[in-house]
Structure formats: C-alpha cells, structure tokens
Design a protein around this ligand. Structure first.
Ligand code: FES
Length: 501
C-alpha cells in the first residue's frame, strides 16, 4: 500500500499507526471494469499468476512511477525489493512496470497492445480472464473471507519428531477468554486418518506423533489471538521414541516401525533395460558417485487457509458441510475428508490460491477445520501462520543416489545404473516415484539401464513431488526432482575423463 506517498508493507503496518494518514491500496486504483493503467499493464504483460503478490507489486509500481515515470531497470528492481513473488518470477513483472511507464507517459495505450479476438489464439498472449480481478484486488483468497459467527482455530503442534503422547492437559486453556473448547484426536468422527496413498496421517494425533509439526490438539475461540493464547497454556508430556533419520536407518534390521500397521518400506521399484552391469564392466570409461539432495519447501506465499461452514443446518445430521480449501484435486480431497471426518454430505470448493506448486494437493488444514465444524457445530476459519504452513505441508523428497555411468572408447554412453533411496518422511502423499524411474535417462538413448528406487518412511517432514510434471524437461532446474543432476554430473565427469586421456 502507499502511505502518505511512500510504499509500506500492509502485512507489517499496524492499523493504529495509520491514524490521520493518507492510505491507498490496490482497491483504490481501479476496478476490473475501469482499471488503472498500471493494473492493465500487469494483466497485459502476463505478470500475474496466482496474484497473491500482485496488489503489493502494483502499489510499489505506483509509488515508483509517481516519482519517476521513466525508470531504469535498476530503479524498478530497487522499488520492488521488498515484494516477493513465488510464481511469476520477476522478469514479467519488470516488463509490466516498463509497460505501465509507457502507458503513464502516454507513449502507447492499453487498447493498442491488447490482443484482439480476431488475432487468433495460437502464438498470441491473451491476458488470463482472472488477471484483472487479481490486479484490482477483487479476488478473494481464503483469509479474505469472513464468516459470520465463525470460530478461529489455533493448533498445538509437535515439537518432537517421534514420541508417544503420555498426557495432554488443556484444563487451563479451556478456561481462557473467548475459548469455545478444545478438540482432540478422539473427538474426530470417522476414521480420523487421512488416506492419500495409505491410511497413515492422523487428522489430530492421538497416542503418538510421527514428525515435527504433527497436530496434537485444536483450540477454537472467538478470535485468533484468543485461540493462540490458549494453545500456549496446553501442557503435553511426551515419551521419546527412537528417531528414524534417513532411509538407510528406516530399512536397517531392527529399525522401529513408524506406523504400527504399515511397513517402513513403502515401495521398491525397478526399471531395467539391457544388461547395465555387463555394459559397465565392459566400458572404456566408468565413473561412479553418490549424490544427496535435501528436502525442499516450496514456499507458497499464502498459507493453507481453510473455511468450513454449514448449509441447510436445520437438517441436522444431513446438513451440508462446505469446506473451502485450495486443493487442485478436489474430488480426491473430498473423498479423503468424508472418510476421515465421518461426514457424508460434504462439498469441497477451491478458493483462490496464493501459490500451489503441487504442495497444496494435500489436505492439511481442511480436515482440522472440517472436524472442528462438526465438533463445535459452528462455522470455522482456520488461518495458519506462514511458520505453521512450513510445519504442516509436504516437501519435495530428499534423494540419496548411487550412480555408475560407462562409455565406450568413442565416448558413447553404454550403461547407467542408479540406486535411489527416497525419503518419504512420516506420511505418504503424491509419491510419484515412478517418474523418477521412467525419466531416469532423460532425453538420452542409453542402451543398458539398471535403476532401483526404494521409498521408505522416516520421521522427517513428509514428502510429495512438487514440480514433478516438469520431469520431461531434462535440463529444467525443477526436474523431478534431482535424478538428472547425478546423471548429468557423471556425464561431465566422464567427458572430462575422455578429454584427459
Ligand atoms: S503471482 Fe506472485 S506469488 Fe503468485
């Protein structure tokens, strides 16, 4: 926003400090029917993907152009330095600021650059239908929606990776101002367990936690601040269990079983073509190495906000429970929630989403909000903080890869083997481990391949495979995920072996 002519971060500015100030937000610039030139420039430049960052970007642009209508690229970078974008990247945004400058200076009009329907569709960049509403701040993300009479939630999360829950004392929390009550794992109807690929993730943990961040107890209160204050008053006693830190430890003889009804080994899959062992033994040059990659948090800017409310409430047990989350797989999400919460008449709707990246395939806040709506018989708003979002959501898996690559005397690759240990973390999600095998040779024709992948539970943050769909772009940094890195590294090493021969 712009406060007295200067940009200010709305998320960090206290309303009390704005007494008497002149404040302009993106809603004060224009509407989708009558947009400001800067809003038009962002929409026409393709600078808006999820749109969560867009109001801030536009206001920073307005402050810049008010002061300097013809900025250099460095001026633009400096003006936008406090504004983060996770989806679009900054190139298109810088182009949008440059186009806005041209509009503001009267060098060109939006009508002159806007593609027309008669221009056709192939090879023409038409603005997205959602772009102008996002540029004008009329799109509603989850936390923008207020529900009358809604309770706000705060969730007590595990600070330890593997432990038995000995006791939970919420007696103080229940007496605190504004608190409507608490909800434990035993209060969840239905199975109480999310089954994405396997029934392994409790909606609220009952007797055991499997990873840091596991939900243990939910407090519902009139305000978020009251719920958060009450959560701090809850006392939990844990009995520590051995922590399984990696796949090797998980598969070792005598390793503790993380889920009582599920083996630690989730999958053991192979792809074999030709005879890689023989090809490697016969190769003129053979290189081998071990590569490790870390878990990656995808860092969407919007946390996993969920609203849960009732329609046809008079119908009692047949009332319709509406869950507004942001999964891109709403039918799968609905099925998981119905089973876990034990409520059949349920509808899942998707609100506008501030960053997706595949990590929001998982229902992480929806089940808690839905269970709370059933338990408290009230509408629910669950707005996690960004820190809580990091604790609750899935990450890209960590890989441990042993590779061998061989080539003949002419430098032609003859064989490749890779043995992958993939760290599932505590729960299953969109594992998509098959893609790591199917695309292991990328776009190269390798006659002999031997690829094995083992996926196992650990007590680490749980994994999905965000960005996996880009796996076919063998040079993409988003490559699904990392197995192209050892292949291409070994490639480079083998070629340098040839160069030094
Ligand atoms: S478009 Fe910038 S964060 Fe999504």
């Amino acid at each position: 926003m712009i406060v007295n002519g200067k940009t200010a971060l709305a998320c960090l500015t206290k309303v009390a400090s704005l007494d008497g100030a002149q404040v302009i937000t993106v809603e004060g610039l224009g509407t989708p029917e009558n947009p400001h030139l800067i809003q038009e420039a962002y929409a026409l430049s393709g600078a808006i993907q999820c749109g969560y960052c867009t109001p801030g970007m536009i206001m920073a642009t307005k402050a810049l152009l008010d002061e300097k209508p013809n900025p250099e690229v460095d001026d633009i970078r400096w003006a936008l330095r406090h504004n983060l974008c996770r989806c679009t990247g900054y190139k298109k945004i810088i182009e949008a600021v440059q186009l806005a400058g041209r509009f503001v200076r009267g060098e060109v009009t939006p009508d002159a650059v806007r593609p027309k329907a008669s221009d056709g569709y192939i090879g023409v960049s038409h603005p997205r239908p959602s772009a102008l509403p996002k540029a004008c701040g009329t799109v509603h993300f989850g936390a923008d929606i207020k529900l009358e009479g809604a309770l706000e939630l705060a969730v007590l999360r595990s600070s330890v990776p593997h432990a038995r829950i000995v006791s939970i004392d919420a007696s103080e929390a229940e007496k605190m101002p504004g608190v409507a009550g608490v909800m434990r794992g035993t209060d969840v109807k239905g199975t109480g367990v999310i089954k994405f690929m396997a029934p392994d993730r409790p909606v609220i943990c009952g007797d055991k936690v499997h990873t840091i961040g596991d939900p243990i107890l939910v407090v519902a209160a009139d305000t978020k601040a009251q719920a958060e204050a009450a959560v701090k008053a809850v006392k939990v006693e844990f009995e520590a269990l051995p922590v399984v830190e990696n796949v090797e430890a998980s598969l070792a003889e005598g390793a503790i079983q993380i889920h009582p009804n599920l083996p630690n080994l989730v999958a053991d899959a192979s792809v074999v073509k030709g005879d890689a062992e023989k090809a490697l033994a016969d190769s003129a040059v053979m290189v081998e190495g071990r590569f490790n990659t870390q878990r990656v948090h995808m860092a969407a800017l919007e946390p996993e906000v969920t609203l849960a409310y009732w329609e046809d409430e008079d119908e009692g047990e047949d009332a319709l429970l509406v869950i507004s989350g942001r999964s891109i797989n709403i039918h799968h999400a609905l099925g998981m929630l119905q089973e876990a919460l034990g409520w059949e008449n349920m509808k899942y709707i998707e609100s506008s989403t501030g960053g997706q990246f595949g990590m929001k395939l998982d229902v992480v806040s929806e089940a808690i909000a839905g269970a709370a709506a059933i338990h408290f018989k009230r509408p629910i708003r669950y707005v996690p903080s960004l820190a809580e979002s990091i604790l609750m959501c899935s990450k890209r898996h960590a890989y441990d890869m042993k590779v061998k690559l061989g080539a003949d005397a002419k430098g032609k690759i003859t064989g490749y083997s890779i043995d992958i240990l993939m760290d599932k973390g505590a729960y299953r999600s969109a594992d998509i481990f098959g893609r790591s095998l199917f695309t292991v040779s990328g776009s190269y024709n390798i006659p002999n391949l031997k690829c094995r992948l083992r996926l196992a539970y650990t007590n680490n943050p749980w994994g999905a495979q965000p960005g996996a769909r880009d796996s076919r772009r063998s040079r993409s940094p988003w490559n699904a995920p990392w197995r192209c890195w050892p292949r291409n590294s070994e490639w480079t090493r083998s070629s340098s072996d040839f160069r030094t021969r």
